[in-house]
Design a protein around this ligand. Structure first.
Ligand code: SF4
Length: 240
């Protein structure tokens, strides 16, 4: 009888490890240090430009600032906060009336919905106080990471992440601190590259830098404190 040949057991293939994305060359800690030093020299006292007296007002102002300038929001909020002084006042506001109150900030229907929803939740679930964790902030309507980071960082001094707005998106790419275009991934890259104790100030500084110097269309590179460490293809001037 022919010997039966044992069935050859197929060797399990080794699990293929997903390649981690190569770190951005621009995130070398010594280079990041130079960027932070340059920002400190240029904007030592950078802070949020939205006028507010407390965390709740900052939350409302930040919701209003979507697709709108801070200047415009600052024109609307004094009357708004006089008319609705507490979260409860916003929570029971007449929706159409609130829409008209904030109309000049644009996208007023959605913003009114977010403000009403967030205020109701703050009153009903959080005892009328703005919550102080990212997890809880993200349960408020109209609040995503950007808004939560602004409020937690500016109102409470809690470093929960890096604010990624249009300026931070553009400048983090120009400074080669990220290759990503998705705001969530950009934020993760910034949180890795920048020391945690600098997240809050760094966010304010970069936003200010985007407004004053590193503007979208024509950055003022000859006036830029970061010019010596910047090798962006968008540069309009180079000293080296
Ligand atoms: S050198 Fe120009 S492109 Fe680079 S960060 Fe400064 S302003 Fe922006």
């Amino acid at each position: 009888m022919p010997k039966s040949t044992p069935k050859s057991k197929a060797k399990p293939k080794p699990a293929t490890k997903k390649k981690a994305a190569a770190p951005c060359p621009g995130t070398d800690p010594r280079r990041v240090r130079k960027i932070l030093d340059g920002l400190d020299k240029a904007y030592p006292a950078a802070t949020c430009a939205l006028h507010h007296d407390n965390a709740f007002q900052l939350l409302i102002a930040t919701i209003l600032s979507a697709q709108c300038t801070d200047e415009r929001v600052n024109k609307v909020t004094p009357d708004l906060f006089r008319k609705y002084p507490t979260p409860k006042d916003f929570a029971v506001a007449n929706p159409s009336e609130l829409e008209q109150d904030i109309r000049s900030t644009g996208f007023y229907r959605n913003k009114a919905k977010s403000i009403l929803g967030a205020s109701k939740r703050i009153v009903e679930e959080f005892g009328g106080k703005v919550p102080q964790t990212m997890e809880e902030m993200l349960t408020l309507s109209g609040v995503a990471r950007k808004t939560a980071n602004v409020v937690l960082g500016t109102a409470f001094g809690i470093a929960s992440g890096v604010v990624v707005d249009t300026h931070v998106q553009r400048i983090s790419q120009r400074l080669d601190l990220t290759k990503n275009t998705d705001p969530k991934k950009i934020e993760q890259d910034m949180m890795k590259a920048v020391p945690k104790d600098r997240w809050i100030l760094f966010s304010h500084q970069i936003i200010l830098h985007g407004r004053r110097v590193c503007q979208a269309r024509r950055p003022k590179c000859s006036e830029c404190r970061l010019e010596k460490v910047c090798y962006s293809k968008d540069k309009t001037y180079s000293s080296w």
